[in-house]
Design a protein around this ligand. Structure first.
Ligand code: CTP
Ligand code: MG
Length: 251
């Protein structure tokens, strides 16, 4: 079974606010993408890696060929071929670009956010294992520590009290926080994205992960343990947290 990994790194990082693509932003002195690449390579599960980078970006393209990254410290792990492709205007577009660049000889694909730069190699291995055991789709998850509420807009005559009012408290024991890498058979992911390509802008904006497209096809999505290290670096606070995690646990 041949495994491809798509790293989506073509986002602009608006919420991080550095004015440069998020994957370029330094984390303890190195671009965020460097950490994501090292984690993927160290996992040893990839036969091919495809990185979706912002159109016309040079730095991230060069990073994909940088020998300090592609020469793994662990002599038992070999670095698979890495190709960089232009990403698209949405995350889903970037996944589709990556998928078409992986080629025909790939059986299963792991889709990973560069923004989850510290995702540990074991998580990639867990996802790959579930695929090898027959899953068509698998996601890494964490349990919820906070109670979650469903809210709606407060009625017009009550907005002086608050903007929102609680309508429901879902059973927390059944809720999961979803991370990447998410793994799929190529067939399932290609079917899901063929569908998503037809979405209008509003529908596209609602697609926050690949697994929800798979669910819409009625294909079972399995859940394996993720990691607290796999936080998605989104805001400046997340960057501080990621640096602290690096100091505490290493890359
Ligand atoms: N991504 C991508 N192509 C896009 C948009 C996002 O490859 N057109 C990638 C990002 O690079 C990131 C992952 O998808 O690794 C998750 O997206 P997000 O955290 O939202 O990153 P950005 O879109 O860069 O951030 P923002 O939404 O704040 O601009
Ligand atoms: Mg985004």
């Amino acid at each position: 079974m041949k495994t491809g990994i798509i790293i989506v790194a073509a986002g602009s990082g608006e919420r991080l606010g550095y004015g440069i693509p998020k994957a370029e932003v330094p984390l303890a002195g190195e671009p965020i993408l460097a950490y994501a690449l090292r984690g993927v390579i160290a996992s040893g599960v990839a036969d091919k890696i495809c990185v979706a980078v912002p159109r016309s970006d040079k730095l991230l393209r060069e990073l994909c060929q940088d020998s300090s990254i592609t020469r793994p410290i662990d002599a038992d792990v070999e670095c698979p071929p890495i190709v960089a492709v232009d990403g698209g205007s949405t995350r889903s577009d970037s996944v589709r670009q990556g998928l078409s660049a992986l080629g025909d000889d790939i059986d299963v694909v792991l889709v990973h956010d560069a923004a989850r730069a510290l995702a540990p190699p074991e998580v990639f291995q867990r996802v790959a294992h579930a695929l090898a055991e027959g899953a068509q789709a698998v996601i890494p998850v964490r349990t919820m520590v906070d109670t979650v509420k469903v809210v709606e807009h407060a009625p017009a005559d009550q907005v002086s009290i608050a903007q929102e009012v609680v309508t429901q408290t879902p059973d927390r024991t059944r809720l999961r926080i979803v991370q990447t890498p998410q793994g799929f058979t190529v067939e399932a992911l290609a079917r899901a994205h063929a569908l998503a390509e037809l979405f209008d802008d509003e529908q596209s904006a609602a697609v926050t992960d690949d697994a929800m497209l798979i669910e819409a096809l009625g294909i079972p999505v399995y859940a394996v343990p993720g990691s607290d290290l796999s936080l998605k670096i989104t805001t400046p606070t997340d960057l501080v947290l990621a640096e602290a995690l690096l100091n505490a646990y290493g890359s």
